[in-house]
Design a protein around this ligand. Structure first.
Ligand code: 0O2
Length: 212
């Protein structure tokens, strides 16, 4: 496949990732400037690599012409929250926006994957403006806590290392680590209001110092 065709395909996704990353980061700023607790802690984004798209095409038996329709995560945004409750605040924020149209949600919080993976995924339709006019594309937004992200990052690296042959004892370790993460998230939720109060007063102090 010609590189120019890939470039044309991926350009709008790159634009969407840049725009959405900026918009979500701006939400953090707006919350902080208004003295409000931000349900979003960190935001990152990526466009799937060509080799990863080719892998998925092979796995799902997709031809080039069907990529945009069938591969939902060419553009990916990851939103990291402190607490599980924040995930649902972010979902609400997304639902209420005029520039993001929800296509489908995949709730791996209530439906934990066999691997132990927990996260909340939303596939949205998002409009970008290109030199050929407006284009509506799909973007996958993954929303998870810091603890879930820690687990998923380690597990993803191990999946990559072992491909399909992850040793059973490592799978079991990851499974018990996933249970520990679930416990940690629950424990943190139970002290959430205390932590939020502490962070708010810290933020107010920081703002006062910045104003002087
Ligand atoms: P990468 O490297 O993260 O970009 P799909 O295959 O996406 O069409 P499905 O099953 O609906 O079909 O996708 P899913 O599982 O909702 O979402 C896929 C993405 O979720 C993955 O992207 C991972 O980022 C993440 N994910 C899903 N399951 C796991 C898991 O068990 N462990 C980890 N660490 N992450 C997971 P990709 O495509 O794998 O690639």
């Amino acid at each position: 496949m010609e590189i120019q065709l890939w470039r044309e395909l991926l350009n709008p996704y790159e634009l969407a990732v840049n725009e959405l990353t900026l918009k979500f980061r701006h939400l953090i700023k707006e919350h902080k400037e208004n003295g409000l607790y931000s349900p979003i802690e960190q935001v990152s984004g990526r466009v799937k690599t060509i080799s990863s798209i080719l892998e998925k095409m092979q796995k799902k038996k997709i031809i080039f012409e069907d990529i945009e329709d069938k591969i939902e995560d060419i553009a990916g945004i990851r939103i990291i929250c402190q607490f599980v409750e924040d995930i649902f605040k972010v979902v609400e924020l997304i639902n209420n926006r005029g520039d993001m149209e929800v296509k489908v949600v995949k709730d791996y919080l209530n439906n934990i994957k066999e691997s132990g993976y927990r996260s909340y995924h939303i596939i949205i339709f998002y409009n970008v403006q290109t030199i050929r006019g407006p284009k509506k594309i799909q973007v996958e937004i993954q929303i998870r806590t810091l603890a879930m992200d820690f687990w998923a990052t380690i597990e993803h690296s191990l999946q990559y290392k072992y491909k399909k042959n992850m040793p059973e004892h490592i799978k079991q370790r990851l499974s018990s680590a996933a249970s520990a993460v679930l416990l940690l998230d629950n424990e943190m939720s139970s002290v959430r209001s205390e932590i939020m109060d502490a962070q708010n007063s810290f933020q107010i102090k920081a703002n006062v110092v910045a104003d002087i």
